[in-house]
Design a protein around this ligand. Structure first.
Ligand code: PLP
Length: 428
């Protein structure tokens, strides 16, 4: 693993990822352009999980034996590493199953507070009829459906900011959309379709001025750019390990300490309780209050190794590398007649997700032809159906980039699209 100032040594990086050595359909080398769905994993991450099982496997926070202590150290060590990675305190990092569960945790904690749960300070989480939840039209379903459901449970009203034709947020709507009744603003920190990076810090300031809470969906930002929760000024931040070189089954909810302290739990059971009687129970302080059950320690070990790997590369270098790939993709795909790129046409405030339409060829057909060439992309609405509707398309093909991708792979994608156009007799 090697980083040079401003860019990455992709040859060295690729050697760290065993799967990149394999061939796929028709004996083609794998060109993996689907890291937005899930990233590949370096050997260091696989080794960390294996080593945990081989040397330390025990239930964290339970056993009084040596292995139990070691497992607890591994788990809490991972929490400290993740916290440092996003500029938080360890007690502000709650491990969840993934970003989806992290967002649901806040939404369910809010309806539990509405039903009377939580400490005396939990009033700010209550959502009553007439209260409002503000999201945006570019959200992944994971940051949309939980808020719809919160509104259904509480009688609050869901509102949203629209997107502009080039896939940015219609920020001029923000002032009017924020009212004294806005309880929470939930916004993506990087679109998984258009790569758009909304000005979350600015949105957070405006939301806080009205007394609203702010949650950023960082599933596509934490893996790809330096993220500092203090600089962003958000109250909550959600992301998934599996999109940042780590294992499946573990994700993160960052929450500001004083808010987690006042927030009622979402899931309940063992490991999160203080005193249990048959009639009622009291709960531990955060983060344990939000982590019921035996925790995913091997996954935490893998996530810690992923954080080490990314830190070794330098998140600034990661972002610069992806910006150069994205710029190359925008330039190359723009030159193909009949291809329309969704979202911003420059890399300004835009990450490495490039979704596009090929006129006259259905995205699934584009994806299938690319797959025949060994190029893995995603097709469909990418769990962002309202965004596709807003941009006037049913579905799209999406290429997403990460630390192991190269300019040559972007060229192969462009060639593949041209081949698909010829194959289907589409206008070029
Ligand atoms: C922007 C965004 N938010 C949330 C999610 C949900 O992540 P997970 O499925 O890991 O919970 C995704 C996954 O694609 C995403 O791209």
């Amino acid at each position: 693993m090697t980083a040079f100032p401003g860019h990455l040594d992709t040859d060295a990086i690729r050697a760290d990822f065993p799967v990149l050595a394999r061939t796929v359909r028709n004996g083609n080398p794998l060109i993996y352009l689907d890291s937005g769905a899930t990233s590949q994993k370096p050997a260091a991450v696989l080794d960390a999980e294996r080593q945990f099982y081989e040397r330390h496997n025990a239930a964290a926070h339970r056993g009084t034996h040596l292995l139990g202590e070691e497992a607890t150290d591994v788990y809490e060590g991972a929490r400290a590493k993740v916290a440092a990675f996003i500029g938080a305190e360890p007690g502000e990092v709650v491990f969840t199953k993934n970003a989806t569960e992290a967002i649901n945790l806040v939404a369910y904690a809010m309806s539990n507070a509405t039903a009377g749960g939580g400490s005396p300070g939990s009033g700010r989480f209550r959502a009553l009829p007439g209260d409002e939840v503000l999201i945006t039209e570019m959200e992944h379903h994971a940051n949309l459906v939980p808020w719809q459901q919160l509104c259904e449970r509480t009688g609050a009203t869901l509102r949203w900011l629209n997107v502009t034709p080039d896939g940015r947020l219609a920020l001029e709507q923000l002032e009017a959309m924020l009212t004294g009744r806005t309880k929470i603003v939930a916004v993506t920190h990087q679109s998984n379709v258009t790569g758009t990076i909304p000005p979350v810090a600015e949105i957070a300031r405006a939301a806080h001025d009205r007394g609203a809470l702010v949650l950023a969906d960082a599933a596509q930002s934490v893996p790809h750019q330096p993220v500092d929760v203090a600089a962003l000024g958000v109250d909550f931040l959600a992301f998934s390990s599996h999109k940042m070189l780590g294992p499946y089954g573990i994700g993160v909810l960052y929450g500001r300490a004083e808010l987690l302290e006042a927030m009622p739990p979402f899931l309940t059971g063992g490991s999160m309780i203080e005193v249990v009687r048959l009639e009622r129970s009291t709960f531990l302080p955060p983060p344990q209050r939000f982590e019921p059950g035996v925790p995913a320690v091997a996954e935490a070990a893998g996530l810690a190794a992923a954080v080490d790997y990314l830190t070794g590369l330098g998140m600034g270098n990661v972002a610069a590398h992806e910006e150069s790939l994205t710029a190359h993709a925008l330039d190359t795909l723009r030159e193909i007649n009949g291809v329309r790129i969704l979202g911003p046409d420059s890399t300004k405030d835009r990450g490495g997700a490039v979704a596009f339409e090929v006129q006259g060829v259905h995205p699934h057909d584009v994806g299938q032809v690319l797959d025949e060439l060994g190029i893995a992309v995603r097709t469909g609405h990418h769990c962002a159906w309202p965004l596709h509707r807003a941009l006037g398309v049913q579905a799209s093909t999406r290429a997403t980039f990460y630390v192991y991708n190269t300019h040559a792979e972007v060229d192969a994608l462009a060639e593949g699209i041209r081949y698909a156009q010829r194959f289907f007799g589409a206008r070029q």
